[in-house]
Design a protein around this ligand. Sequence first.
Ligand SMILES: *Cc1c(COP(=O)(O)O)cnc(C)c1O
Length: 357
Amino acid sequence: MHKKLFIPGPVEVRQDVLEKLAGPMIGHRTKDASALQQRISEKLQQLMFTKNTILLSTSSGSGLMEGAVRCFTSKRAAVFSIGAFGERWYKMCLANGIAADIFRSELGQPTTPEMVRDVLSTGKYDLVTITHNETATGVHNPIFEIAKVLADFPDVISCVDAVSSLGGDYIPVDELGLDVCITSTQKCLGLPPGMSIASVTDRAIEKAKTISNRGLYFDYVELYTFVKEKPYQYPSTPSLPHMYALDYQLDRILAEGIQNRFDRHAAMAARVQDWARKNFALYSNPEHLSVTVTCITNTRGIVFSELNAAMGKKGYLLSNGYGALKDKTFRIAHMADATLEDVDAMLGDLDEVLKQF
Ligand SMILES: *Cc1c(COP(=O)(O)O)cnc(C)c1O
């Protein structure tokens, strides 16, 4: 039996979207391939509220995250971490020999605008990374307030990990002034894993051109040049199946209405948060709760693997805690094409199952 996924990626993918993956291959250097990439880019620009250039990568989001710190840091990177994925960006810096410092918030808490101002005021940094939505703790950062601080440091390149939020949460890239904003296909966009997306500013690319050892596969200058000059091509062979499905799914997203999509995510989040407050407790700061994933403190000391196995028999997969929070918490994702009815049905079964514990 297929278990319906309520984990923070990969997510349930609609059958009609899955079928698009099976389209016949086309030559990746053809005009058809360029037209496909152009359509995808223009629709993503709408979803991201940006005029910036859209880059695609045949990799999961981690590839573009690693490429970003490598391509845009010349002095030193300031990595703000609110959990597992901030830690990951810091590791990527170290693994690539990039000078970096990590600034951690307590788990369950956001990065504050004050922290960002204090760190950038030292003048030591020319790149900053922010996790928009921390999937491990279910926190979304106050990105509007943080962006106001970033605007006071125009020489710093801003890179935002929106992997688990873009497409479900409002991230107006141009209004926020984000240089690089990254997401993956297998979370709020509702596609299978295997492709990732970044928006990038021209000024970030100009800076990258002055930096050597950017690597090649995740070199933003190379990806950008192929979009601008070919135009709308990809330096190597992209995952054309993902592109077919992405083209189709973006039409669906725009037909739903971007605001409707955000509202649906907010409604699902509110429902799961209410359930969690009633039955357990929310792990994270209630002022900064994610609209795409909820992290629940296991106040009853239930063996989560047993709970998840019982839910499995009902046809669902939930998520355990991540990293340091593995035994303390569990997570329910509410992203992509899930509906309030899906969430209600799952919570109803979860109530049933909990009676056994
Ligand atoms: C899933 C996730 C990642 C990693 O993305 P991949 O596509 O698996 O490489 C990074 N950041 C956050 C916040 C995520 O949720």
